[in-house]
Design a protein around this ligand. Structure first.
Ligand SMILES: Nc1ncnc2c1ncn2[C@@H]1O[C@H](COP(=O)(O)OP(=O)(O)OP(=O)(O)O)[C@@H](O)[C@H]1O
Ligand SMILES: [Mg+2]
Length: 509
């Protein structure tokens, strides 16, 4: 197998500029990374982080500017060129083939990299095991991707990239889909790996940036507005530098939850993708005017609960009641029509239709209503007006509402979904990880919008792994463990420690 590229002692970007129609995504960016260094790249949603890194990884061509390695200018025509020089990237959205094994996925990538190489799967497997042992990244080379948790897939992506011989690793929001435990694990591993590699790390979580990086570069509107040593700055400083103002996450001040029950699950049994009982007799009641936080380590039935409530997954037994009616196993359309909102976990596949424009995505659930159509014809002007209004109100950053939804940055896609769901003024809203991958400012905004919905009498089931988010926003907190609610407590009685124990399945009094 081909040997790794020459070690990167210094990487330099100079004057990198990249335009997309109507948007200057990177504006004359200069950046440097040295061997053994971890550079954190932070900035608001849409600031240009992914675009810049995609240029460095050979996926996009810059309009102007140069990249040099160890003092010599280089030009990457495609990702293979970048890999050949030791630059590998793990993307914001994983790029693994679900119905192939880990070994086959790595082999597929290697085949693209070295077109004429004879591929020996046994050899690839040995390489995987070697890399996985060396960097303490345990993976099972024979497992199918679909069998793996998100955290495990993340590890496979890392191992794959390392197998290709990367010695500069670019990680685009590697922790945004991981549980807190998996995140701590990954940060530890990356710290150890940094002894031999250089790493560029993108994250919206400033505590991770503090824990891992040596230096921080902040992008705003495509330009580097700050570049300095991490130790010299607090997370508060960095947040302010990033957004240009102080960010204060709002709290749920009142003690709600007194309203009538609007959405409930009774003795709910639901099967997961692998046929096991993911929900095993779950009981839950959501009241009008409250935010009910659902805390738990992911994989304990959260996804299945959200899908069963929204009509996306069959209920094996038990009941879903919405606004006093039995709505068990009704279609998603029936749930939507009855006034249920949903912010799904997987925004790319379930939240939006990437090929539809932003304005179309904003009326996905309502295009057939009288407001947006008449005699089977869409009222295009009204759809455009609606989009302009929501773009403004929810601060959705896109060149135009006629841009494809899929071309927006991750956090802005999230805002499109939020805008669409909240604009419908749902009686109940099931919000799954609503701030995953969004910047601090947008997080503040989303939180305040959820609180506003609560004040207006809506009930919100907030499924999240961020304890701070759950504790800040909820009236009551339910802890889910192995498909059941282990405990429900008033938010005022919740502490990090107590929730942590409950999430681990240790019931208290
Ligand atoms: N392929 C594309 N076509 C058109 N516009 C694009 C494309 N990729 C990115 N953009 C635009 O370029 C800008 C920068 O996007 P980018 O994805 O780099 O942001 P980001 O900093 O990674 O944001 P996030 O934190 O949300 O991931 C955004 O306005 C986005 O809409
Ligand atoms: Mg990005």
């Amino acid at each position: 197998m081909k040997e790794a590229a020459e070690p990167i002692t210094e990487l330099k970007l100079e004057g990198i500029t990249k335009r997309f129609p109507g948007i200057l995504a990177c504006n004359n960016v200069a950046l440097e990374v040295r061997r053994g260094e971890v550079l954190a790249l932070v900035g608001e949603n849409g600031a240009g982080k992914s675009t810049l890194m995609n240029i460095l990884a050979g996926l996009y061509q810059p309009d102007s500017g140069t990249i040099s390695l160890n003092g010599r200018p280089v030009h990457f025509r495609d990702p293979n060129d970048a890999y050949a020089r030791g630059i590998g990237m793990v993307h914001q959205n994983f790029m693994l083939v679900a119905n192939m094994t880990v070994t086959e996925n790595v082999a597929l990538g290697l085949k693209q990299l070295h077109k004429f190489m004879r591929l020996d799967l046994g050899e690839v497997k040995r390489r995987i095991l070697e890399v996985s042992a060396r960097h303490e990244l345990p993976v099972n080379p024979d497992a199918y991707i679909w069998q793996l948790s998100v955290g495990e897939q993340q590890r496979v992506e890392l191992v794959k990239t390392l197998c290709f011989g990367a010695n500069l690793l670019i990680l685009d929001e590697p922790t945004s889909a991981l549980t807190p435990q998996e995140t701590d694990d990954l940060i530890d591993r990356l710290k150890r790996m940094a002894a031999e590699l250089s790493i560029i790390f993108i994250s919206h979580k400033l505590n991770e940036v503090k824990a891992l990086s040596d230096r921080v570069a902040i992008l705003r509107h495509g330009a580097v507005v700050f570049n300095g040593f991490t130790v010299n700055h607090s997370t508060g400083d960095l947040a302010t530098l990033m957004t240009g103002r102080e960010v204060v996450l709002p709290h749920n001040e009142g003690m709600g939850g007194g309203g009538e029950t609007i959405l409930s699950a009774r003795n709910l049994k639901v099967r997961g993708d692998r046929g096991h009982l993911a929900l095993d007799g779950l009981e839950l009641e959501l009241h009008a005017g409250e935010i009910l936080g659902l805390a738990g380590v992911s994989g304990n039935g959260q996804r299945e609960l959200a899908e069963a409530l929204t009509g996306l997954r069959p209920v094996a037994s038990g009941q879903v009641q919405f606004l006093g009616k039995d709505m068990t196993n009704r279609t998603p359309a029936a749930m939507i029509a009855a006034g249920l909102g949903y912010i799904p976990e997987d925004r790319h596949h379930e939240g939006i239709v990437p090929k539809f424009t932003v304005k179309e995505n904003l009326v996905l659930k309502d295009f057939h209503t009288r407001r947006f159509s008449r005699w089977c014809l869409l009222k295009l002007k009204e759809i455009a007006r609606n989009a302009d209004f929501l773009k403004d109100r929810y601060d959705i950053r896109c060149a135009s509402t006629s841009a494809a939804g899929g071309s927006l940055s991750g956090g802005n896609i999230q805002k499109v979904i939020l805008a669409r769901e909240l604009a419908r003024e749902p009686k109940a809203l099931v919000a799954v990880y609503p701030t995953r991958g969004v910047d601090m400012g947008a997080q503040e905004f989303i939180h305040s919008q959820l609180l506003a919905r609560r004040r207006a009498g809506g009930g919100i089931l907030l499924i999240s792994e961020e304890l701070e988010e759950i504790m800040n926003l909820s009236d009551r907190i339910a802890v889910i463990y192995k498909g059941r609610i282990l405990k429900i407590l008033p938010s005022l009685e919740a502490t990090r420690e107590r929730l942590g124990l409950l999430m681990a399945g240790v019931a208290d009094e």
